[in-house]
Ligand binder design. Structure first.
Ligand SMILES: NC(=O)c1ccc[n+]([C@@H]2O[C@H](COP(=O)([O-])OP(=O)(O)OC[C@H]3O[C@@H](n4cnc5c(N)ncnc54)[C@H](O)[C@@H]3O)[C@@H](O)[C@H]2O)c1
Length: 344
């Protein structure tokens, strides 16, 4: 089947199957070297690609970075710069990152800053990276707090091979489904309908294509998050508190956060889709409550979250599916939202 080509800012997003050859991954132009970074789980894919690049006449080497959040570290990025210098990677060369959002965030930051910026391509190998992290040009590393140092810079290309996503472990895939559903809730009712109908069996090519389109539309209007881009944080205010206080994974935590935001939306904006949203989350096997968490701990984390300003807590709410808004919410609504997810 022919690959879909979408755009997000200056990024070309290539979505389809069997897309791991140099001609699929590398934008067509002259270059001497391709530096390739991977996670332990993607090292084999990256090495296969590098070998094919060498056969195509390029210089190519692979570096495997530490897994997960450990890659988003200035020390790891400094070692990456040294490696690029050792390989004599020039301004006209390309960095290709095979992995999930932790790797694309770190590699994207390195590419944005090495020689003041070299071309970077992400091969998004988790569903979360495909629908969210790799799309939209935010890069970053952690420095005490998450994503404290970073840049806004679009990758040249994002390649999403659905054959790779189909083979993901169920738990990794489910986490990405939470962000895909969020994209539907804020911008595409048909995507919500698809996930309600097919759950975890939903066609990933359609899910990813629709979720990318939602994110690209938002980012197209507000690249540097001055306004509308904050809609992508739907479910993330309570979600962040639940993730940190409960040690719950990001995707499941966002699912719980969306249930809470749904209640707040009903109270503040007359949102009528609360039950429908809850059922869609449950249909994906994601949690709809976090019983046992300490309400004070979650509230403290929400208060420290960057979405709070001088006017109080700001939450992304839904007026209806596909119609998000941002509002200050009072403590009665916050309490009711936490009660809705059984945080007592
Ligand atoms: N830049 C953004 O706009 C943005 C948006 C959302 C999230 N993020 C970031 O994304 C990160 C989370 O992304 P993630 O969930 O992809 O995490 P991740 O990159 O840590 O990947 C999760 C796990 O899956 C493994 N993995 C990757 N590809 C695999 C494959 N094909 N098969 C089996 N295992 C595979 C990884 O090695 C890792 O252990 C966070 O750091 C978050 O801050 C960034």
């Amino acid at each position: 089947m022919v690959a879909q080509r979408l755009t997000c800012g200056t990024t070309q997003v290539v979505l389809g199957r069997s897309l791991l050859a140099p001609a699929d991954i590398l934008p067509e132009r002259e270059r001497a070297s391709v530096a390739v970074v991977a996670q332990p789980a993607t090292a084999r894919l990256a090495r296969d690609f590098a070998r094919a690049a060498v056969r195509a006449g390029l210089r190519s080497e692979v570096r495997v970075l530490p897994d997960g959040e450990a890659a988003k570290d200035l020390g790891v990025v400094a070692e990456l710069y040294e490696w690029l210098i050792g390989m004599s990677v020039a301004r006209s060369d390309t960095l290709v990152a095979f992995g999930g959002g932790s790797l694309t965030d770190a590699a994207g930051f390195a590419a944005a800053t090495y020689l003041r910026g070299i071309e970077v391509v992400y091969v998004a190998t988790t569903l979360l990276a495909a629908v969210d992290a790799a799309i939209g040009g935010k890069t970053g590393v952690n420095l005490g707090a998450k994503n404290l140092v970073g840049s806004f810079r679009h990758p040249a290309r994002v390649v999403i091979d659905v054959d790779v996503l189909d083979r993901l472990p169920a738990a990794v895939k489910r986490g990405g489904m939470s962000e895909a559903l969020k994209a539907g809730l804020i911008g595409d009712e048909a995507l919500v309908g698809l996930l309600e109908r097919d759950g975890m069996e939903a066609d990933l090519e359609e899910v990813v294509g629709r979720a990318v389109a939602v994110k690209a539309a938002v980012v197209g209007k507000d690249f540097e998050e001055q306004g509308e881009r904050v809609h992508l944080n739907y479910g993330h205010t309570v979600g962040h508190g639940v993730e940190v206080a409960g040690g719950i994974g990001h995707g499941p935590a966002v699912a719980i956060g969306m249930v809470a935001a749904g209640r707040a939306s009903a109270l503040e904006r007359g949102f009528e889709g609360e039950d429908r949203q809850r059922a869609a989350i449950a249909r994906l096997g994601l949690p709809v409550a976090a019983p046992g968490l300490d309400r004070m701990a979650v509230l403290a984390l929400m208060a420290a979250d960057k979405k709070r300003d001088a006017g109080g807590l700001r939450m992304v709410l839904l007026e209806r599916i596909g119609a998000p808004t941002v509002a200050h919410v009072g403590s009665a609504t916050v309490e009711a939202a936490l009660t809705a997810v059984e945080i007592a």
